[in-house]
Design a protein around this ligand. Sequence first.
Ligand code: ADP
Ligand code: TYD
Length: 206
Amino acid sequence: MAGTFITFEGIDGSGKSTQARLLAEALQDEGLDVVLTREPGGSPGAEEIRALVLEGDPDRWSAKTELLLFTAARRDHLERLIEPALAAGKVVICDRFADSTRIYQGSRSGDLRILVDNLHDLMIGREPDLTFIIDMDPDTGLARAKGRGGNEERFEDFGAGLQAQMRAGFLALAQEFSDRCVVVDGARPVKGVAVDVTRIAHAHLT
Ligand code: ADP
Ligand code: TYD
């Protein structure tokens, strides 16, 4: 029996991690076998790459080098965690996946989307069954993300202009992959968002 692969996407601070965790808890409570994971990271090797890409100067890497690093991390995560869990029939819930690369590396410095798509086809070749795009205005998202503190601020340091561009990118992506993407309004209390997310996931799982 094949498992189900669910991803959460959206700008920084939109509430992806919160909603991914709440959905994982809700499905676990119903007796489903759930693996909650995240990108960049999710396996020991990919977590090491995470520190390389998320810490330090905003111009530490070019967009193309970044694309290779995120793809290397994803390949490791896929081989070691995601594919074995899906093969065992589990529900895998992942906080960000390839759509983040399509938007962040694909559109941040010029148009690298074709390169992103080619590399994805070559090295990853897997799409989620269901993707939640948590939509949020960039100022609120950035304020929430900054409120968390920590060292992983390389992307947050790109500022509100980039966040606005990324938000538009995610909304366009939802139309491009309308068969698997659902846009959820994240500018509401946590519980209200979670009710929608759980309802949509249930409809997909049954
Ligand atoms: P993301 O994973 O998208 O960056 P998080 O889930 O980490 O977002 O949330 C960022 C911050 O905003 C956290 O401090 C979290 O507690 C808070 N937060 C998440 N969802 C909401 C919400 N619906 N309303 C208010 N604050 C929220
Ligand atoms: P994440 O830890 O999910 O940040 P947040 O919780 O603030 O949303 O991801 C960190 C950053 O990594 C985020 O700004 C987006 C970026 N990113 C990419 O640029 N490409 C990718 O493929 C992924 C997975 C993330």
